[in-house]
Design a protein around this ligand. Structure first.
Ligand SMILES: [Zn+2]
Ligand SMILES: [Zn+2]
Length: 347
């Protein structure tokens, strides 16, 4: 990516991997809202431009440094945020805030490419025989690198369990997985969106109730959810709300749904500012928490949800050749895509 210019294919000479690094031949790389933020909205990448974007990567390890040779030949998912694993915060189990973390397509060259060099630390091993038996493509698993694991981490952090009423606001690329993961953890999920097609896709695949927020005031919405809670004998307190739309209006709506003891999880990202009454947190004894990526040790558990069929990825993914990146970005930017795009390079 260069500022304000179409994305172009360039040949980069690959350096050899360092002792703790591997070379991954990319099977697929998902297009995330964050990539669009870098490309269209001027969100700055930490690495100077030009830079290869893309941080949702799956593929095969084809080369490795001296300390990582055991990875050669294995199918892997590359975590979207790769912590260093040995600094003070990593040692205290807070890998997502590691100051030495590497995010492909932000700190280092990313996955809209044929190959990538990444640290071996944190790679998630994929059992290809099992993958074959469940009929999922390795390229489709790329979405686990971020779209599945980020809400997975949010669900773990919020402590979703049996009997919880969970609201997922925005059931696109990330929210669709948030709904499924929360359901897998025992939550009863209400999906809220302004797009009927997205709501239809998630109905029965994670959402117990779908609500189109278009034309509804926040008060209407809260009322509708409260009635549903009553019908299902669920609590009228402690709702857990996942804001996945990454829009100003979506964030305002999500905040307005907080009730006593409620939890707001900010999963989506926007540069826009919102106007909210922060004191509601105090008055409701509620909390708002964010999360950046997901620690690598949770990846195998998220992968297991997919391989066991409890979280479906294929109905939410569409594959395109990497050469169509400009058209796919544009379509994603104007909101034409109903599924998450995964770009597949030609080798
Ligand atoms: Zn992302
Ligand atoms: Zn660290």
């Amino acid at each position: 990516m260069k500022k304000g210019e179409p994305l172009v294919q360039v040949k980069i000479d690959m350096l050899s991997p360092e002792p703790d690094e591997v070379v991954v031949k990319i099977a697929g790389c998902g297009v995330c809202h964050t990539d669009l933020g870098y490309y269209y909205d001027g969100v700055r990448t930490k690495h100077d431009l030009p830079l290869t974007l893309g941080h949702e990567i799956s593929g095969h390890v084809v080369d490795a440094g001296a300390n990582a040779l055991s990875w050669i030949g294995r199918a892997v998912i590359v975590p979207a945020v790769i912590p260093c694993g040995h600094c003070d915060v990593c040692r205290r189990g807070k890998a997502t805030i590691c100051p030495n973390q590497k995010m492909p397509g932000n700190d280092i060259h990313g996955g809209f490419a044929t190959h990538i060099i990444v640290p071996a630390h944190g790679l998630c091993d994929v059992d290809e025989r099992r993958l074959l038996s469940v009929g999922i493509d390795l390229a489709d698993l790329s979405v686990i690198a971020d779209a599945v694991t980020t809400p997975y981490q949010a669900v773990v952090q919020a402590g979703v369990s049996e009997g919880d009423l969970v609201v997922v606001n925005g059931v696109g690329g990330v929210g669709g997985y948030a709904a499924q993961v929360a359901t897998a953890f025992g939550g009863t999920v209400v999906a809220v969106d302004v797009n009927d097609e997205k709501l239809k896709t998630i109905a029965g695949k994670g959402a117990a109730l779908t609500l189109n927020a278009r034309g509804m005031t926040p008060r209407d919405l809260k009322g509708a959810i409260a009635r549903f809670a009553q019908e299902r004998s669920l609590r009228q307190t402690e709702w857990i709300i996942f804001e996945c739309s990454g829009t100003r209006i979506g964030q305002e709506t999500a905040f307005s749904l907080l009730n006593s003891g409620g939890t707001l999880c900010v999963v989506g990202f926007t540069m826009d500012k919102v106007e909210i009454r922060l004191s509601n947190l105090m008055a409701y004894h509620a909390r708002a928490i964010g999360n950046w990526g997901c620690p690598p040790e949770l990846y195998p558990k998220a992968l297991e949800l997919v391989l066991s069929g409890r979280v479906k990825v294929t109905p939410f993914v569409e594959k395109h050749p990497l050469s169509e990146i400009n058209q796919v970005f544009e379509a994603a930017h104007v909101g034409e895509l109903r599924r998450r795009a995964v770009l597949v390079p030609t080798h």
